[in-house]
Design a protein around this ligand. Structure first.
Ligand code: CO
Ligand code: CO
Length: 314
């Protein structure tokens, strides 16, 4: 990491966003993400990409201030109305988050890509990193898993409309309510579940916090039809790579099948927050968030003292 004592969060901890001190306890939080379309509807893709980019600000306990578009588009090969719809989806999602997209940059490219640079702020006492989880903490997950499997099913024409609708609703839901519900609670660590999947992002949290985690596979929430799709062989390459990567750090109980292991490693887009906080605080959190959340937040396990594997899935 750069030798700059204004940098509170940089490359080192695999955290969600960069955090730099402005002055006193005022911190700036910044993140960037963009990717290729994962659903067929361009407006929905814009919404999902924006919600995904904003999520890293919420995962640090921050409030977004403004955003910039990052756009790649085959300007001579696709109708410009598609680009307009992608940008409208992003703009509407930004407005829902209470911010404006104030600029950006676009290039001509074979495959469309879209995302945001988001700048936010947080007071130092509200900053939540991924490195503060403690033994005994409950682990909460605020959105269902399986968006990687459903996105692959969409590409293969194997997803039905209920599955697509549920996945789009989940991916386009902002994590702002999940973050606001942490206010006033003694939250120890937070991250959001995206490309590395639940196991990958939990591994980062455990490593950064010098703890281990026990996760109850039967408690993991999934979007409708995900297991059936998985059993029919529908998996993104990223999910298999995730499982290969985390394998040496995870103890899988014998009763868990290869499919179960892949399900727990599924690469997510715009997933939920993964939150570590004391048990009593977790109960309060679930009462607050589950009044209004479109998908219930659930307790999926707890943090333990460090063991020879970072994660035990049972
Ligand atoms: Co993140
Ligand atoms: Co505490």
């Amino acid at each position: 990491m750069a030798n700059d004592d204004r940098v509170l969060v940089g490359f080192d901890g695999a955290d969600d966003a960069a955090v730099v001190r402005l002055d006193g306890d005022r911190l700036i939080v910044q993140t960037v993400d963009f990717f290729t379309p994962i659903v067929d509807n361009p407006y929905q893709f814009g919404q999902i990409a924006a919600a995904n980019s904003l999520s890293d600000i919420y995962a640090m306990g921050g409030t977004p201030l403004f955003a910039l578009n990052i756009v790649a588009f085959p300007i001579n090969d696709l109708p410009k109305t598609i680009l307009t719809e992608i940008l409208q989806g992003g703009a509407d999602k930004a407005r829902e988050a209470g911010i404006t997209i104030v600029g950006g940059h676009s290039i001509d490219d074979k495959e469309p890509k879209y995302g945001l640079v988001v700048t936010g702020e947080v007071d130092e006492q509200n900053l939540v990193k991924n490195n503060g989880a403690r033994p005994g903490d409950a682990l909460i997950l605020t959105k269902p898993l399986g968006t990687g499997i459903i996105a692959t099913a969409i590409k293969k024409g194997k997803a039905d409309s209920d599955q697509i609708d549920a996945a789009v609703l989940s991916m386009s839901t902002l994590n702002n309510a999940a973050a606001e519900a942490m206010n006033g609670l003694d939250v120890h660590a937070t991250t959001d579940v995206t490309g590395y999947g639940l196991l990958g992002h939990l591994l980062e949290m455990c490593r950064a916090s010098n703890v281990s985690a026990n996760v109850d596979f039967s408690s993991l929430p999934y979007l409708p039809g995900v297991r059936e799709l998985a059993e029919s062989g529908v998996f993104p390459g990223g999910t298999k790579r995730n499982l290969d990567f985390v394998n040496e750090y995870v103890h899988f109980q014998n009763s868990l099948s290869d499919i179960d292991q892949l399900l727990a490693a599924d690469a997510q887009t715009s997933g939920g927050l993964l939150i570590a906080l004391p048990n009593e605080e977790a109960k309060k959190y679930l009462e607050i968030i589950n009044i209004s959340a479109p998908f219930p937040a659930v307790k999926i396990g707890h943090i333990t003292n460090i063991t020879d594997t970072f994660i035990s899935l049972y």
